[in-house]
Each structure stands twice: as C-alpha cells, then as structure tokens.
Design a binder for this molecule. Structure first.
Ligand SMILES: [Zn+2]
Length: 117
C-alpha cells in the first residue's frame, strides 16, 4: 500500500513538473524563452528544476533574487543577467551545503558564462 501511494505521488509530481510554468513576468516581456533558459541553467548546474512558481519583476533597480520570496528583480533585461539570477535561485534552493557569498557568485557567473557561449 505504501509503495502504491509513493508511486502515485511520484507520477503526480512528474506530471506537475513537466507541465509547470515556472515564471510569471511582471512589468515587461523578454524576447527569449524564459522557461527554456531556466532549464538550461538547471542543466548547467546539474540540478533538477523545481516545481515552483517564481516571479520576475522588471524594473530599473539592481538585479537581484530573493529566494525565500521566489522573486527575481531585474534592472537589465538580458538573457545573461537573468541566467545569473536564476543560478542564484538554484544555489539557494538546491545545494544541500549552501556556499558562501563569494563562491555563490562564482557559480552564478559560471552559469552565466555557459549560457552565453
Ligand atoms: Zn550574483
């Protein structure tokens, strides 16, 4: 019975993940596929995409992400900058041993570099 329930939960989670829209964009539009970029960033960092809904707010402030609130603020609306902030989300949520700020920055820059190749 326990095995059956676990199997059902697994199948439901797979369906949810494959159909989830991860990002809601507020304040503008991107000229590239945000979902695809997220999957690329996850792939570069070797993490499985989370079945979460995130919000990207386009404003003129300094680009940053607030993982606890699942929000990315972007001041520069490029693929490279967004990939960098997405990487910070992945690092904060997915790495079991969260690296310090300098190492997190290096990892985010690595993801940014790989995406823009
Ligand atoms: Zn950064």
């Amino acid at each position: 019975m326990k095995k059956f329930i676990l199997t059902v939960l697994f199948v439901i989670s797979m369906v949810t993940i494959s159909y989830a829209e991860h990002f809601k964009v507020v304040g503008g539009k991107f000229n590239f596929d945000v979902e695809k970029l997220y999957l690329e960033v996850c792939s570069v960092l070797n993490v499985t995409p989370r079945d979460y809904q995130y919000t990207i707010i386009l404003d003129n402030s300094k680009s940053r992400c607030i993982p606890e609130k699942k929000i990315i603020y972007l001041g520069i609306y490029t693929k490279r900058v967004l990939a960098h902030e997405m990487a910070h989300l992945c690092i904060a949520e997915r790495f079991w041993a969260e690296p310090n700020e300098k190492i997190a920055e290096l990892i985010a820059q690595y993801a940014e570099f790989e995406i823009s190749k």
